[in-house]
Design a protein. Structure first.
Length: 261
């Protein structure tokens, strides 16, 4: 009998109960899933608001500056977000990052799995001698792309955090005062950062939409609603966030040019 302990064929632990090793592992896994899910949900809400406000810059530099002044002076939400969101981001990475293949062998295996799924139409092409025959799986493909985009978000997002925090709390050596200003953001975007914002935005939209879909399927689908509904919601959220992202980048381009509608 096949007894290798793998993700496809996990070995069952004899016995049960909360005090057993298996029970403690299950409880730890549950808390890990809850923390990564809740932090991901909170970050998704922040991104939604951020993209809406960012997309308002499509109306020009004046609209961009009005939003910045409101978030920094009328309500100090920018300063609060600059502290709270990086902490949430770090917690989410720590708990959700356990799903990212850490070893070189695991990463190579994930790449092979992705290539196999991409080539297959109805079946997953497997090597001879495999124990099971798997069909192409939508959720598995989503997981692979969530891992890929998660790595991009981690690298580009960390740089973005440092830049924004530096901008909010200091004058960056070029401003007359601390805070986000269109006269500074415009040249910064023109220097090529608009490409970073574009790639970061697309990666975030993919990662967040997939995360929300998998969260709904994991905790709510087939209990509260059909899985097809989760897919429809996923599609709506994906395209809505993607449109907002492109509007935000277009708005930054208008700020770069200093144009007003």
């Amino acid at each position: 009998m096949y007894s290798e302990n793998t993700e496809l064929f996990p070995q069952a632990s004899p016995g049960g109960g909360k005090t057993t090793i298996a029970g403690r592992k299950a409880k730890r896994a549950l808390w890990t899933e809850l923390i990564s899910g809740v932090t991901g949900l909170l970050l998704s809400g922040f991104i939604f608001g951020h993209l809406i406000l960012e997309s308002l810059s499509v109306f020009g530099a004046e609209a961009y500056q009005s939003v910045a002044d409101f978030m920094e002076k009328t309500l100090p939400l920018a300063q609060i977000s600059a502290v709270v969101i990086p902490i949430l981001f770090l917690i989410h990475f720590i708990y959700a990052g356990r799903k990212i293949p850490g070893k070189l062998y695991e990463r190579k295996r994930m790449l092979e799995l992705g290539r196999s799924l991409k080539k297959s139409k109805t079946r997953w092409n497997q090597k001879s001698g495999e124990y099971t025959t798997l069909r192409r799986h939508f959720e598995t493909s989503l997981w692979i792309w969530q891992v890929r985009t998660g790595m991009l978000v981690l690298a580009l997002g960390a740089f973005h955090f440092v830049l924004v925090i530096w901008n909010i709390f200091t004058d960056m050596g070029i401003n007359d005062a601390a805070g986000i200003q269109a006269v500074v953001s415009g040249p910064r975007v023109e220097s090529g950062l608009w490409l970073l914002y574009l790639f970061l935005g697309v990666a975030i939209v993919f990662h967040m939409s997939i995360g929300l879909y998998r969260l709904a399927v994991k905790w709510l689908a087939d209990t509260w609603f059909d899985r097809k509904i989760a897919y429809v919601v996923f599609s709506i959220v994906f395209w809505l966030y993607l449109i907002l992202n492109f509007l935000g980048v277009a708005g930054l381009y208008r700020v770069m040019k200093g144009g007003l509608v």
